[in-house]
Every structure is written in structure tokens, then in C-alpha cells.
Design a protein around this ligand. Structure first.
Ligand SMILES: Cc1cc2nc3c(=O)[nH]c(=O)nc-3n(C[C@H](O)[C@H](O)[C@H](O)COP(=O)(O)OP(=O)(O)OC[C@H]3O[C@@H](n4cnc5c(N)ncnc54)[C@H](O)[C@@H]3O)c2cc1C
Length: 394
């Protein structure tokens, strides 16, 4: 699918991390004509969160700093398989955000209107319509009755690791060097200018360096002397045994943290909250399993009969306001992409595109102007959830 080259001595651009970074390399080569590019990955392609997520895509955001960006990403998903000529199993089967009270309905109506204003799609469904779509939900639950849902028909799922494979094959064909098993261990910074990186395969020079390493962001940027407004946390995902098709699309619980879809092999793919403390371990703990399963049982008790087949964890780059950063740093030639919390998979195409735009032009893409470092100094937080500077809650 792609070459396995030895690193060259010098590149125009080096990108660290082969998730969003792979997408950035693809768009750098394809859209901006910059092809002397290397992607350095310490593991294998998709070994990070890009290959560990619950595959949900959507653009159902509220705030003006976020919604146009995520809708740009949704539009890129819609043409992605034709663009890189690879089957990524983009499946727009819809996402239902259930609501359980009248005030929550009002909040979801507001969100839906905000989505429509940004050119996205949103429909407010009442309980009767949901009953037809999802007869298995617990409508009589005394604490969390299902009263309706905000539905985004264009939301859905994508086969996560196929996305990185598609970008990798496309980028490789355009001349990008993909160098796996190559960990970046330091930066070559002289007089405030980043001139390359130190790696386990030796030093490599570059005009520009982009960092896109998710949960490793704090550790990698510390090598450049930067302290980030970010924490690393574990998020787990779960897959049940294969069942006959029963879920119409993605369903999210509005009174707790639980989201579920059904894979093409029949497994229920689901997840919930972070593990609740800082960690660099790519595995989770049992109390969170119980919490996630309680959420599942509260809205769809039938899940209690399914057997859990497998589970795993990923390293989340939780920012202080729950929104990402795609920005240059104070070090000339050093650029950063991160803070995706647990919503960055859906952003992969737009994040890659906007990072490529930033690296090529030194200016933010027009859909990503709010994703700047200095918003934390200036108090211009993009606090989508409204929970303040508490990364574990975003
Ligand atoms: C369990 C789980 C469920 C999720 N569910 C969803 C979902 O349903 N929808 C959604 O939108 N998002 C979801 N997410 C979030 C999403 O997966 C991430 O936000 C997104 O994939 C981040 O992409 P990335 O490229 O920034 O990170 P990654 O894919 O993690 O890529 C970073 C790469 O950098 C590499 N790296 C790190 N340090 C170095 C170094 N020093 N040198 C070289 N390489 C290095 C890593 O090996 C890794 O491959 C989920 C995440 C998890 C863990």
C-alpha cells in the first residue's frame, strides 16, 4: 500500500504522528503541492486514537468557533472515498442525541438551529417518532424517560483505521515519506527557530515541523520547552458479540455519558466517560466499565443480554475548554495540532486540511481561526459544554 523508506536528511515539512498528521501530509501534497514531506510515527499507522475510537462522525456543535469547522469536516467525509480512492466505509446512518426533559429539549433545539445556520442538517424528533425508529429504548424509565432526540441524518460512522490507510496510500503516491517505528525524542531549536527533530532513527532537518500526537502532546511539546493547557486521560471503547442488525444509527444518552452504534459485523460499539484521572496508559479500569454499562442499561436494557467481546483504551489530549488547537507556536517553524479530547476522529479530514493550510501559508484556515493558543490567555474559551477549565469533564 505504501513504501517503507529510510528518512532523508532534509524535508520541507516533517509531521510527527500518523493520525491527523497523515491527513495533513496528504492535503499538503495534494492541495498545496508540498511533497517533500515526512510523517514520523513512533508506532504503526493508526496505532494511536485514530485506530482506537468508536468511529462516530457528526457535526452537531453549538458554538461559532466550532460548528463551521466540524461541518467542513463532514463535507470532506462525504467526498473522501472518491478523493483518495479507498473504501473507508463512510456510513451516514444518522446520529440521535436523546433528550430526557423539557429544558434539555430546548437546549437541543437551540443547538439544532445553530447547526442549520452553519449549513449542517438537524431535525428535532418527538417521542412518537423515536419509538418507531428505536422500539428497544426504555421509554418508561422513571429517572430518564426518553422524550425525543436531536437527529443529524448525515452523522454516522467510518471504519477508523481505513481512514489512515487511505490517507497514507494517497500521500505515499504523491511522494510523502511515511516512516514508522520512528520516535521523535527532541527538537533542533536554534535562536528561536525549529530546524528539525531528533529521532530514534537519527536527526532529520526540516523547514517546518508539525506536531500531531494527541495524548502525547504534553510530553512531546515539553521537549521544545512548552507547557500546554492540556491533560492526558484514558478513554475506553467496548465491542459486544455480533448481533443481528438492531440499531438504526448512532444513539447517545442525554442524561449520562453513553454512546452506541452497531458495526457492519454486528457488534455493538460503545463508550462513555473518561477514566477520571490523568494517565499515559493505553488501557482502562473496571469502575469505568461498570459506569458505561449502567448508562447503556438506563436507555436500552436489551444491551444487558449481549456479551462483551473486547475493550481497549486510548490517550486523550484533553484541553482546558474541550476544543482543539491548530496553531503556530512562539518557536518559528514549529506548529501544533491537538487538544481533540474525545471528539477528534470526526475532525480528521478538516484537521488535516487546516493543519496543511497553516503549514503551507502560515495563516489559519478560515474554519479554524478560533483554535489558537492565545485564547487561553485572552479568556476567549470555546467552552462547548459550558463546564469551564475542567478537562476531565469535557
Ligand atoms: C476509546 C475512544 C473512543 C473515541 N471515540 C470517538 C468518536 O466516536 N468520534 C470522534 O470523533 N472521536 C473519538 N475519539 C477521539 C479520536 O479518536 C481522537 O481525537 C483522534 O483520533 C485523535 O487523532 P490524532 O491524530 O490527534 O491522534 P492519534 O491517532 O493518537 O495519533 C497520534 C500519533 O502520534 C504518535 N506519537 C506520539 N508520540 C510520538 C513521538 N514522540 N514520535 C512519533 N510519533 C509519536 C502516536 O503513536 C500516534 O499514532 C475516541 C478516542 C478513543 C480513545
Amino acid at each position: 500500500m505504501w513504501r517503507d523508506p529510510e528518512p532523508q536528511q532534509h524535508y520541507d515539512v516533517i509531521i510527527i504522528g500518523a493520525g491527523h498528521g497523515m491527513a495533513a501530509a496528504y492535503y499538503l501534497a495534494k492541495v498545496y503541492g508540498i511533497r517533500k514531506v515526512a510523517v514520523l510515527e513512533k508506532g504503526w499507522l493508526g496505532s494511536g486514537n485514530t485506530g482506537r475510537n468508536t468511529t462516530i462522525i457528526r457535526s452537531n456543535y453549538l458554538l461559532p468557533g466550532n460548528e463551521p469547522f466540524y461541518e467542513f469536516s463532514m463535507k470532506l467525509w462525504e467526498g473522501l472515498e472518491q478523493d483518495f480512492n479507498f473504501n473507508a466505509m463512510v456510513s451516514q446512518r444518522g446520529i440521535l442525541n436523546l433528550f430526557h426533559s423539557d429544558p434539555q429539549r430546548d437546549a437541543f433545539a437551540r443547538r439544532g438551529n445553530s447547526m442549520l445556520l452553519a449549513g449542517a442538517d438537524a431535525v428535532l424528533l418527538d417521542e412518537n417518532l423515536i419509538r418507531k425508529m428505536c422500539p428497544f429504548l426504555d421509554y418508561e424509565n422513571a429517572r430518564f424517560p426518553v422524550k425525543g432526540a436531536l437527529w443529524q441524518p448525515r452523522g454516522g460512522t467510518v471504519r477508523h483505521d481505513a481512514v489512515v490507510w487511505g490517507y497514507a496510500r494517497g500521500a505515499d503516491r504523491l511522494g510523502v515519506d511515511i516512516i514508522q517505528n520512528c520516535e521523535v525524542t527532541g527538537f533542533d531549536i536554534q535562536d528561536g527557530v525549529c530546524r528539525g527533530v531528533e529521532t530514534t532513527k537519527g536527526p532529520i532537518k526540516a523547514n517546518n515541523v508539525g506536531v500531531s500526537v494527541a495524548g502525547s502532546s504534553s510530553k512531546v511539546m515539553a521537549q521544545a520547552g512548552m507547557r500546554l493547557p492540556m491533560e492526558s486521560h484514558v478513554l475506553q471503547a467496548f465491542v459486544s458479540e455480533g448481533l443481528k442488525p438492531c440499531l438504526p444509527g448512532v444513539i447517545t444518552f442525554g442524561a449520562g455519558h453513553f454512546y452506541v452504534s452497531q458495526s457492519d459485523k454486528g457488534g455493538l460499539v460503545f463508550g462513555g466517560d473518561l477514566d477520571g484521572y490523568n494517565s499515559y496508559a493505553q488501557r482502562g479500569n473496571l469502575p469505568t466499565v461498570e459506569d458505561v454499562c449502567e448508562g447503556g442499561m438506563a436507555i436500552m436494557p436489551m444491551i444487558g443480554k449481549a456479551r462483551l467481546l473486547r475493550m481497549w483504551g486510548g490517550l486523550m489530549d484533553m484541553s482546558m475548554d474541550g476544543s482543539p488547537i491548530i496553531d503556530k507556536t512562539h518557536i518559528s517553524g514549529l506548529y501544533f495540532n491537538g487538544g481533540w479530547c474525545y471528539g477528534g476522529f470526526k475532525a480528521t479530514p478538516a484537521s488535516g486540511y487546516c493543519m496543511a493550510h497553516l503549514l503551507a501559508t502560515d495563516e489559519p484556515h478560515h474554519t479554524a481561526t478560533a483554535f489558537r493558543f492565545d485564547r487561553f490567555n485572552k479568556g476567549l474559551m470555546i467552552d462547548e459544554k459550558g463546564v469551564g477549565a475542567q478537562p476531565n469533564l469535557h
